[in-house]
Design a protein around this ligand. Structure first.
Ligand code: HMG
Length: 383
């Protein structure tokens, strides 16, 4: 049975910060971000947007009422949870009005979570072929003002509908994972922002890739010559390029580098969206490459600090372009550009919850937004 990605959607919050402006404010050469990190902008989420509202918007953009009747599992991958107990998938299920007989869960393993969700979705459809699974990757990446990772921040959500006979990509059965118990990036419960051993994390990203790819080749007999494109986890675009350069040579490197640049168009202007970054790269490839075609094989490298990584692949399906949004870049370019002062007050604003567990009402005209906190409960509003 062919199982894979039937639909894919994405939403970024409506604010954006230009990294040239950030560089000027931090007294850094703008080329460090533009050339050194290959990044140009970051998406900025206001306090009225969180992983629930972003995830719901990304999913709403792709789902029909028929899909909402057929979905029997909702999986949210995230490392920016709004609750230590209740899964964001439950709130999203409610906001979207999906039929009730559904398993809804949240998966955490840094930037790897949604990849695990995709594998679980595939297994579920293999067991129940008429099922559809909604997999959402939703995160808000904050490192803090003037921190080492500040220029790599971002926010956004990817939604994927996984089904039999998918219209975008069939997922192959060639997944190889690796787990390494390391402290390259983590966030203790008492910290607002992650702790990161920056240089070490970049080395681990690449070493996990080279060692897992060696194992992948050994187990599957496949080589880079089999692939038209590669999508990697993109914490910042230069990291992905370095990963590609670590495993590819000659004409493979040339071909895959051309596709790589098409696969980072969105990542460069959104920033790191953690567990959704690899799928944002896929969406960018699908919507910005004229070179890829049906039956092409795409290789994936998913990496989540801590660390778990996975290499897997998929095959593009005839007619995949019919499922895409040709206006997406224009919509992203229409976001409201913030000054650095506005970014600092919007991105780092926090709700003040009083002794009764209430916080003031918020105004946000997005299709889904946090309305208020009442009696310690997050109350969402559908626009
Ligand atoms: P840094 O120390 O600020 O930057 O930290 P740098 O000095 O290493 O410079 C970065 C690059 O810019 C270098 O290029 C410089 O040469 C270049 P490279 O040598 O590496 O190719 N550069 C310039 N280029 C042109 N003109 C200039 C200029 N100046 C410098 N004037 C670091 C960089 C990535 C460490 C920092 O941004 C950071 O800590 N980021 C967060 C951690 C991260 O993204 N790690 C990536 C791997 S781990 C991962 O992917 C998982 C993650 O997504 C989390 C999760 O799983 O949940 C992060």
């Amino acid at each position: 049975m062919n199982i894979g990605i039937d639909k894919i959607g994405f939403v970024a919050p409506s604010y954006v910060l230009d990294l040239a402006d950030l560089a000027a404010a931090r007294n850094i050469d703008p080329n460090k971000f533009k050339i050194g990190l290959l990044q140009s902008q970051m998406a900025v989420a206001p306090v009225s947007q969180d992983i629930v509202t972003l995830g719901a918007q990304a999913a709403q953009a792709i789902l029909t009422d028929q899909d909402k009747q057929a979905i029997d599992m909702v999986i949210v991958g995230t490392e920016s949870s709004v609750d230590q107990s209740k899964a964001a998938a439950v709130s999203i299920h409610g906001l979207l009005g999906i039929q009730p007989f559904v398993r809804s869960i949240e998966i955490k393993e840094a930037c790897y979570g949604a990849t695990a969700g995709l594998s679980l979705a595939k297994s579920h459809v293999a067991q129940f072929p008429t099922s559809k699974v909604l997999v959402i990757a939703s995160d808000i990446a904050k490192y803090g003002i003037a921190s080492g990772g500040e220029s790599t921040q971002g926010a956004g959500a990817i939604a994927m509908l996984v089904s039999a006979d998918p219209r975008i990509m069939v997922l192959n059965n060639d997944n190889i994972c690796q787990t390494r118990d390391i402290m390259d990036f983590w966030r203790p419960n008492y910290d607002k922002y992650p702790r990161v051993d920056g240089k070490y994390s970049t080395e681990q990203y690449t070493d996990c890739l080279t060692t897992t790819f060696a194992r992948y080749q050994e187990k599957t007999g496949k080589s880079l010559a089999d692939f038209a494109a590669m999508c990697l986890h993109i914490p910042f675009s230069k990291q992905g390029l370095k990963g590609l350069q670590a495993i590819a040579q000659g004409s493979d490197l040339e071909r895959l580098t051309e596709r790589f640049h098409e696969a980072i168009v969105y990542n460069q202007i959104v920033g790191n969206i953690y567990t959704g970054s690899i799928f944002l790269s896929l969406l960018s490839l699908l919507e910005n490459s004229q070179a890829i075609q049906a039956d092409d094989q795409v290789l994936f490298y998913s990496y989540g600090s801590g660390a778990v990584c996975e290499i897997f692949s998929g095959r593009l399906v005839e007619g995949f372009r019919d499922q895409l949004d040709s206006q997406r870049l224009e919509k992203l370019e229409a976001r409201t550009r913030l000054t650095v002062d506005q970014y600092e007050s919007i991105f780092f604003e926090e709700l003040q919850v009083d002794d009764q567990g209430n916080a003031a009402e918020l105004t946000d005209t997005a299709p889904f937004a946090l309305h208020k906190i009442e009696d310690h409960k997050r109350i969402y509003r559908k626009g």
